[in-house]
Design a protein around this ligand. Structure first.
Ligand code: GDP
Ligand code: CA
Length: 321
């Protein structure tokens, strides 16, 4: 593949997804290639205090525009929490879920546009116009398909409550996306995958970030049908998640926390899955033969996205793989 003219599509969640997308943008810029299309998970979305939150969309939006709080890992840099304190005083919202003032500006703008009748795709397009993102960002679907967790004790809750309030400590039995069966891919998603020269699955949470994207009816089929090679990057390094609690999600769906097991979970395109190639870390090189045995080409590469240079090098390796 000629990187200089490659049309690249990335499937991404929040933090891991945006770090990787920054790398892809940089690698493509250096090669003089067109901007990538990034299809972002909307399973994390929620309604809170009357406004619509899209945590993964906003992570990508803020990271690509450079206004993200990279120390804290979410929200806007230099944000304040005055409105949040008022909401708490009213007993509104969730006491364990902080909304920054600048962040609330985004949520209010988004909610207003949704109330005006814009689709999620149109809202994301508007949000993308303020800063020069250097990518085309698409939500996976326009339909509300918020992820819920069915717990082993039979209770159900929104994914954000389980993740943020309970820090994923309540034993999950299943992840569900009510409404998914009737959802459609957002306009442009299937077309972008069909017309791509390469599709990359970011090192995002395989269960609650990439899982919902692949569950939108039509997206998995588009990945299976495209002439473009599909490569994935392991979010697991040396048998551990790099950060976060993705291992709890993997365990819940019966997948071991290892680079090879996640590759097997995605599966080889030749065997009904979605992957042609899988980038795994040097720490996991022992398992490369097992991944090759699945019909997925294992590529050993440095997977730590410490800074932009490392992210760009990883993106470049993924594009070449
Ligand atoms: P979230 O939506 O904010 O949870 O973020 P994502 O789903 O996009 O990504 C979470 C995953 O990113 C975690 O499972 C981490 O293991 C993975 N991750 C974070 N940083 C790195 C990194 O530097 N390299 C790799 N390979 N994976 C990473
Ligand atoms: Ca997320």
């Amino acid at each position: 593949m000629d990187t200089a003219s490659a049309r690249v599509v990335v499937l991404a969640g929040g933090v891991g997804g945006s770090k990787f997308t920054l790398g892809v943008r940089e690698a493509l810029r250096r090669a003089g290639a067109p901007a990538a299309t990034v299809v972002v998970n909307t399973g994390d979305d929620l309604w809170l205090s009357g406004v619509r939150l899209q945590p993964d969309i906003d992570s990508v939006l803020y990271a690509l525009s450079g206004v993200n709080d990279s120390v804290r890992g979410w929200g806007r840099t230099g944000d304040t929490e005055r409105v949040n304190a008022e909401l708490q005083a009213w007993g509104a919202g969730w006491p364990w879920f902080t909304l920054g003032d600048l962040d609330l500006g985004t949520h209010l703008a988004r909610t207003g546009w949704l109330r005006d009748g814009l689709t999620v795709t149109q809202v994301v397009e508007r949000l993308s116009q303020r800063w020069n993102l250097g990518v085309r960002m698409l939500p996976m679907t326009d339909t509300e398909v918020d992820t819920h967790v069915l717990l082993q004790d039979g209770r159900r809750m929104h994914f954000q409550e389980w993740w943020t309030r309970h820090r994923a400590t309540l034993a999950p039995a299943e992840f569900e996306n009510p409404g998914m069966a009737e959802a459609l891919p957002a306009p442009g998603v299937v077309e972008a995958i069909a017309d791509a020269d390469v599709v990359l699955i970011a090192p995002s949470n395989p269960v609650v970030s990439i899982g919902p994207i692949l569950a939108v009816p039509g997206i998995r089929a588009a990945l299976r049908a495209t002439a473009a090679p599909v490569g994935g990057v392991s979010p697991i390094i040396g048998g551990k998640v790099v950060r976060g609690m993705a291992d709890v999600c993997l365990t819940a769906i019966g997948v071991e926390t290892s680079a090879a097991a996640v590759a097997a979970h995605y599966g080889a395109r030749s065997g009904g899955g979605v992957l042609d190639a899988w980038l795994m870390a040097e720490e996991d090189a022992d398992a490369a033969a097992a991944v090759d045995g699945l019909g997925i080409r294992a590529v050993v590469a440095p997977l730590w996205m410490r800074d932009l240079e490392h992210s760009a090098a990883l993106a470049d390796a993924a594009l070449r793989a």
